[in-house]
Design a protein around this ligand. Structure first.
Ligand code: ASP
Length: 280
């Protein structure tokens, strides 16, 4: 395998939406086939999915209970390090902002600081809400009103997932991972998920790249992307490594993982998950 890319549309996304990740992988594949870098490819795959309003990232991100969409995104390159944003509002493509953070001395910018940085980089203000995301919020709030959700968040069953992510390997053998999300619903104000926490939602190193999706708190507890990366370093194939990662969870926990190394690609999840892989 000279180059490869895997993209996903989030744990819980129906496989009928696989055309989304397939289009994202195709866009990344065009870059990789033309000699482009893994980090550009992984970023581009996320950008395509952020612009696809059916997924919970960028346009169409989950709206939290205060009526605002707060977005997290991260990018990691096996040689150039990583960059992330959390709790970012009013931005069309958080993954592009995370990519720019990677070029600064910092790793993570949050909230107003992240928005200021995005503006300074020339990204215009943008409302990521859609009719669909607004009606999902209305339905979620109604569930609360009707007592279908307990008040105390520890008992909340998160049900909005559909985050996006991608991993890539370029022809020079570099690896990258990127992810973008509107987070879960319900969530307390101020909640940040796994995507912005390097090693949890994404990880890339000299021996491969991994991206995770699902309930962020569960992913963080197991530092899942780094854990699966280590499985590959121990000699597992990407498919064996993601299967092993998934086996760490009860089937009732919504989690998905994608991975790539020089030997191939891997995709696994406890729930349905729209995903696509493309290699040269
Ligand atoms: N992991 C994301 C989060 O918890 C959600 C998802 O993957 O869909 O923010």
């Amino acid at each position: 395998m000279k180059w490869g890319v895997v993209a996903h549309g989030g744990a819980g996304s129906p496989s009928s939406l696989s055309d989304g990740p397939a289009a994202a992988a195709a866009a990344a594949g065009r870059l990789l086939g033309g000699g482009g870098g893994a980090v550009d490819a992984a970023t581009e795959a996320n950008r395509v999915l952020e612009d696809d309003e059916r997924f919970n990232a960028g346009t169409g991100s989950v709206i939290r209970m205060d009526g605002v969409a707060y977005m997290d995104a991260a990018v990691m390159d096996s040689e150039e390090g990583c960059g992330a944003v959390a709790y970012l509002t009013r931005t069309r493509n958080p993954v592009l902002v995370a990519r720019r953070v990677m070029e600064t001395p910092h790793i993570l910018l949050v909230a107003d600081g992240a928005l200021d940085f995005a503006r300074k980089c020339g990204f215009g203000d943008y409302d990521p809400q859609t009719e669909r995301s607004r009606s999902r919020l209305e339905k979620g709030l109604l569930d609360f009103k009707n007592g279908k959700r307990p008040e105390w968040p520890r008992n909340w069953k998160h049900y909005e997932v559909d985050t996006v992510g991608a991993v890539a390997m370029d022809a020079r053998g570099r690896f990258a991972a990127a992810g973008s999300t509107g987070g879960t619903f319900p969530a307390l104000r101020g909640r940040v998920g796994d995507i912005a926490m390097i090693g949890c939602g994404i990880y890339a190193g000299r021996n491969g790249a991994v991206a995770a999706t699902g309930i962020g708190e569960e992913i963080i507890r197991k530092v899942l992307s780094l854990t699966v990366y280590r499985f590959m370093e121990e000699g597992m194939s990407p498919q064996e490594a993601v299967d092993r990662g998934i086996s760490l969870y009860d089937r009732s926990v919504s989690v998905g993982i994608i991975a790539i190394n020089r030997d191939g690609t891997g995709i696994a999840s406890t729930t349905e998950m729209a995903a696509a892989a493309l290699t040269d």
